[in-house]
Design a protein around this ligand. Structure first.
Ligand code: SF4
Length: 62
């Protein structure tokens, strides 16, 4: 699983950071992904929950 944040859509609500703090971090007023490459297996559920919870669907999981 890979994940990215569309900075154009992100409105900085920090929900993803609360749900998956090992994967997302704030960079200024938007969230970014702080890991390189694949999401570790033990983080994938939290990342999917963050993607499902993002109010503007800015989290892209592939
Ligand atoms: S949940 Fe969505 S809108 Fe909120 S900070 Fe994360 S990416 Fe941005």
């Amino acid at each position: 699983m890979k994940v990215e944040v569309d900075a154009e859509l992100c409105e900085g609500c920090e929900t993803c950071i609360e749900l998956a703090p090992d994967v997302f971090e704030m960079e200024g007023e938007v969230a970014t992904v702080k890991i390189d490459g694949d999401v570790p297996a033990d983080q994938q559920e939290d990342v999917q929950e963050a993607a499902d919870s993002c109010p503007v669907e800015a989290i892209i999981v592939s």
